[in-house]
Design a protein around this ligand. Structure first.
Ligand code: ZN
Ligand code: ZN
Length: 225
C-alpha cells in the first residue's frame, strides 16, 4: 500500500496505488460523498434486543469465503467457449502494435474482452471504466461508487489519460488489468474489501491468477513502486 494516495481517504487503499507515487501530496479523491450513510429509513422504533438469538444480525458478506478464494476458484475453472474466444482475441491484440494517435475507442474492444475473459458476467455491469485526468503518479484508480447491504455494489475504474499519449502497450494493459483485479476484489469482498484492500499478498495472488489465465507474458500487473 502506498503512503501518498491512500492514508487520507476514508477507507484504506482500495486500488488507488497503481503507478509510482512519486508526486508528493498526491492523493485519491475522497469517497465521502459516496460512502454508506446511516440509514434514515429505520427510525429508532423497537430495535432488536442484542440478547435475543432470533434477532441476530445477518452477516453482511454474501458468503463466508474470502474474496480472493472465490476469484481464484473462478480462475481455476476451464475457460468457457466465450472466454476462450476473448482470450484468443486478447493475445492477438497484445501482439498487435497500438494505433497512433491512440484513442479510448481503440481500447474498448480490449476492455470488453478482458471483462469477458476474466470476470464473471453478472459483475460486468457493476464495473465502469473511463479515462480521466489523474495525477502523474497514478496510472489508474478504482473507486467504489455504490454500496449495498453486502458491501461494494459498483466500482469505477479511472485510467490516466497520459497513458494514451504515451501509447505504451505494457503500461496500458498492466494498469487496466491491475485495476480490474482491484474491482473484482472490491465486488467480491463485501465490506471487508474496504478495510482489507490494497496490495498485499491477497492482491498479488489474484494478479498472478489473472495473468496466468491471460497467458500474456510481460504484463507488470502487480507492480507498485
Ligand atoms: Zn492498486
Ligand atoms: Zn493507494
Amino acid at each position: 500500500m502506498c503512503g501518498d494516495c491512500c492514508f487520507a481517504t476514508v477507507v484504506s487503499c482500495i486500488g488507488c496505488c497503481y503507478g509510482s507515487h512519486k508526486v508528493a501530496g498526491s492523493r485519491a479523491p475522497s469517497n465521502d460523498e459516496e460512502g454508506p450513510r446511516p440509514s434514515s429509513k429505520h427510525p429508532k422504533k423497537s430495535p432488536p434486543s442484542p440478547t435475543d438469538p432470533t434477532k441476530a444480525p445477518k452477516p453482511l458478506r454474501k458468503t463466508h469465503q474470502p474474496a480472493h478464494q472465490t476469484i481464484l476458484a473462478a480462475l481455476s475453472q476451464p475457460p468457457t467457449p466465450l472466454q476462450l474466444h476473448a482470450l484468443t482475441r486478447l493475445r492477438t491484440a497484445y501482439a498487435t502494435p497500438l494505433p497512433t494517435p491512440l484513442k479510448p475507442t481503440h481500447l474498448t474492444p480490449i476492455t470488453a474482452d478482458l471483462l469477458a475473459a476474466l470476470i464473471p458476467t453478472p459483475l460486468h455491469s457493476h464495473i465502469t471504466i473511463l479515462w480521466a485526468t489523474l495525477p502523474r503518479s497514478l496510472l489508474g484508480l478504482t473507486q467504489p461508487t455504490s454500496f449495498s447491504r453486502h458491501g461494494v455494489a459498483s466500482v469505477t475504474i479511472k485510467l490516466n489519460r497520459r497513458m494514451l499519449r504515451r501509447g505504451r502497450r505494457e503500461e496500458i494493459w498492466g494498469a487496466l488489468v491491475h485495476e480490474l483485479c482491484h474491482a473484482w476484489l472490491d465486488l467480491e469482498g463485501g465490506w471487508g474489501a474496504l478495510v482489507g484492500g490494497g496490495h498485499g499478498v491477497v492482491f498479488e495472488r489474484v494478479c498472478e491468477g489473472v495473468v496466468a489465465r491471460l497467458g500474456i507474458g510481460g504484463l507488470g500487473v502487480g507492480e507498485v513502486v
